[in-house]
Design a protein around this ligand. Structure first.
Ligand code: ATP
Ligand code: MN
Length: 252
């Protein structure tokens, strides 16, 4: 009918606009029609008003800055590639999680579950009192979240930031890890590269792979996270050890 035709026309125009815009030229492969439809839905629902440039392009996803609604201002939009080459690795992180059983081997379903898992993990982290970007919306393979920045410029990672007080930073990270663990989650990829320093605040990111304690390897992941964090802060001059950190997290 007429309304459907109008909708189709508007969507085509949106698609042409996105395909023509410079910031998306680098990432053609991400924007299959279904991804474009997801972006379009987010625009229509008011979560995104305009797309900015790419912030980072990783193995599974590209993160863009964008203009969100009036309340949120700048937002970060993380778009996962459905054809992520290492979706088998992704599947490993869904094992044993009672929230995502019965996914089978379908690549697309694994990626879509992953995005919902990242959204759910962000929510859970916030509830546990851990500073993470606030998740705002999820649509298919696209996650919209709070943009972490310093006066509009994206926040550096802990690896790039100059720490004035590593002792305090370590205490904060340690407490965040304990709170996450208490809420039943292990980050699984925690290091100085997945912690941002935003307006003097430490913020944990990239929680898509975070697993619940049901996961058969959650203990191993916690050990690895603790080793990464301890070795970063050792290089910052602190006398800390991964095994001590792990014991403290488990016992407190
Ligand atoms: P990688 O494979 O490099 O770990 P990834 O695809 O898993 O990346 P993230 O680690 O979530 O994605 O994000 C990649 C980079 O994008 C971060 O290092 C950070 O610079 C930026 N970034 C992610 N989320 C945000 C955010 N909410 N606000 C500002 N910048 C962000
Ligand atoms: Mn990351």
């Amino acid at each position: 009918d007429r309304i459907a035709r109008k909708r189709d026309r508007e969507f085509s125009q949106f698609r042409e606009r996105v395909k023509d815009s410079d910031q998306f030229k680098v990432e053609q492969s991400v924007f299959d029609d279904a991804t474009l439809a997801a972006l379009y839905k987010l625009v229509q629902d008011g979560y995104v008003q305009a797309f900015g440039g790419p912030i980072s392009s990783g193995k599974e996803a590209t993160v863009y800055s964008a203009l969100g609604d009036e309340e949120n201002g700048e937002v970060a939009v993380k778009i996962y590639r459905i054809n992520a080459s290492n979706f088998r690795d992704m599947r490993e992180y869904l094992v044993g999680d009672p929230r995502f059983e019965e996914l089978g081997g379908d690549k697309k379903r694994v990626v879509l579950a992953w995005v919902r898992k990242e959204f759910a993990n962000l929510k859970r982290a916030i509830k546990a009192g851990v500073r993470v970007p606030e998740p705002l919306a999820v649509q298919r393979n696209v996650l919209v979240m709070e943009f972490m920045g310093n006066d509009g410029r994206r926040a550096p990672t802990l690896a790039d930031a100059r720490l004035e007080n590593p002792e305090t930073a370590y205490e904060v990270v340690k407490e965040y890890m304990r709170r996450l663990f208490d809420s039943g989650l292990v980050h699984g990829d925690l290091s100085e590269y997945n912690i941002l320093v935003s307006n003097g605040e430490l913020c944990i990111i990239d929680v898509g792979q975070a697993v619940t304690y049901h996961h058969p390897n959650s203990g191993e992941f916690l050990t690895r996270d603790c080793a990464n964090i301890a070795s970063f802060f050792q290089r910052e001059g602190l006398d800390v050890h991964g095994d001590e950190l792990e014991n403290w997290i488990r016992e407190n």
